[in-house]
Design a protein around this ligand. Structure first.
Ligand code: AOS
Ligand code: ZN
Ligand code: ZN
Ligand code: ZN
Length: 431
């Protein structure tokens, strides 16, 4: 597997920090063993944890007001893969890459697959894009795509999704994520039921094109770009559509796509109970679909989501395998640094949730001890598992401190030279 940052530099970085890490790890091991927890089991789980990277997250996202590009942004899908390769090389937690078509222009699937493999990467779910018009496109999506009144527009949206499946199939992906911005800005603009009927009609055609081992992941979002009524606005609609389409259709939960104060972990519990949790877009938010870095605003919520996932994994075993992906917009940070730290935050929530004493929790629940039930969760959440995460990276060949190692490597300076800024460089997209 080829590395992008010289492996000697990573080793040098680790050598400086190894002694301190070993001390912290031993102290944590002792503390956990008094609680009856074997640190090695947790570290082994952490070593297997994976969250996929969004190809569109490698560049600066921008908002509807402006985009302020960073230095050395990737100019094509191959350069995005290089950046993803760096993130995975140092974190060892991000082997998957989720592509977005047609933002990612792919003509030679073989060459792309080879490059991914050289970096130890594979392709996770592919994303279609019918929320904006592309140059030369015959029918506009201004009034909707899969729900459009115009049959020709709907057919075009379906054809694009089928093309995404074909591309993804050639790249080894196993799922198509569909998020559509379709909706209305005015009461009365849409026949609300009619729009969903047309959505389902289009979705059925897309579903029919799925290979046998593929999933269709339906991503809902409360609002934006439609501000009065979004066709796939909530998990109820997403769930009903997934049920009506069939077994291969599942729901994707983007953490930023809910009404404020929604109990997202309960949505996760409901979807797992009925076998319809397909995957996640992890990010964080304060107000809406903010696409801030995972764990940066509400890490306890992220932990509670993983607590439900740990419960589902305990009930369902290896069969339970939702797709974990990041979906963030980086505007004031180096996207590589944000994606590295976000992957670590998601992995942290996963490890903390695995620390929950589930037998004790069940006992407190059965005896109606609400206070101790809550404390059982808090006990796990308050445990600083950083040494486990760092040890998992070290053992997997990554960096003890990925951001420090990345900064010391000079990668951004190198790519800034190799990828000179173009005036008005195109956005990696709306996120
Ligand atoms: C849009 O809000 C969604 O989060 C989608 O996942 C979208 O495809 C992605 O964010 C890129 O814009
Ligand atoms: Zn304003
Ligand atoms: Zn998303
Ligand atoms: Zn979003």
């Amino acid at each position: 597997m080829s590395t992008i940052i010289d492996s000697g530099r990573v080793a040098e970085h680790n050598d400086k920090l190894r002694g301190g890490l070993e001390e912290d790890y031993a102290a944590l091991a002792g503390m956990l063993s008094r609680r009856g927890v074997d640190i090695e089991q947790l570290t082994a789980k952490a070593q297997k944890f994976a969250v996929a990277l969004p190809s569109w997250g490698a560049g600066t996202g921008g908002t509807r007001f402006a985009r302020f590009p960073g230095r050395g942004e990737p100019r094509n899908v191959f350069e995005k893969l290089d950046d993803c390769g760096v993130i995975h090389q140092l974190t060892r937690a991000t082997p998957g890459v989720s592509l977005h078509f047609p933002w990612d222009k792919v003509s030679d699937t073989q060459a792309l697959r080879q490059q991914a493999e050289a970096h130890g990467l594979y392709f996770d779910a592919v994303n279609s894009n019918t929320f904006q018009d592309q140059v030369g496109q015959e029918h506009t999506y201004k009034y909707g795509s899969m729900t459009a009144i115009s049959a020709a527009t709907r057919a075009q949206a379906v054809a694009h999704n089928v093309e995404c499946i074909e591309l993804g199939n050639a790249l080894g992906s196993k799922a198509l994520t569909v998020w559509v911005g379709d909706g209305a800005n005015f009461p009365g603009q849409h026949n609300l039921r009619g729009a969903l009927e047309r959505y389902l009609e289009s979705a059925r055609e897309i579903y029919a094109a799925l290979p046998a081992d593929w999933n269709l992941l339906i991503e809902h979002k409360l609002f934006e770009p439609a501000f009065y009524a979004t066709t796939i606005a909530d998990w109820g609609t997403s769930f009903a559509c997934a049920q009506s389409l069939g077994e291969k259709a599942k729901c994707l939960v983007d953490l930023g796509h809910h009404a404020p104060n929604t109990n997202i972990e309960m949505i996760v519990a409901r979807l797992t109970q009925f076998g319809k949790l397909g995957g996640f877009h992890f990010n964080d938010s304060k107000y809406g679909d903010d696409d801030l870095d995972s764990g940066s605003i509400n890490p306890f919520q992220l932990f509670l989501v993983f607590n439900e996932l740990a419960d589902a994994a305990e009930r369902e075993g290896a069969a339970f395998n939702p797709a974990y992906m990041l979906d963030q917009s980086h505007n004031v940070t180096d996207p590589i640094e944000s994606l590295m730290s976000s992957a670590v935050e998601v992995q942290r929530a996963f490890v903390q949730a695995n620390l929950v004493d589930r037998d004790a929790l069940r006992g407190f629940q059965e005896s109606h001890d609400a206070l101790q039930s809550a404390q059982t969760l808090k006990h796990a959440y308050r445990t600083d598992v950083s040494a486990i995460l760092a040890m998992a990276r070290l053992r997997n060949g990554g960096a003890i401190d990925p951001v420090a190692c990345y900064r010391a490597s000079g990668y951004r300076d190198q790519v800034a030279e190799a990828r000179p800024a173009k005036a008005g460089a195109s956005s990696s997209g709306i996120v």
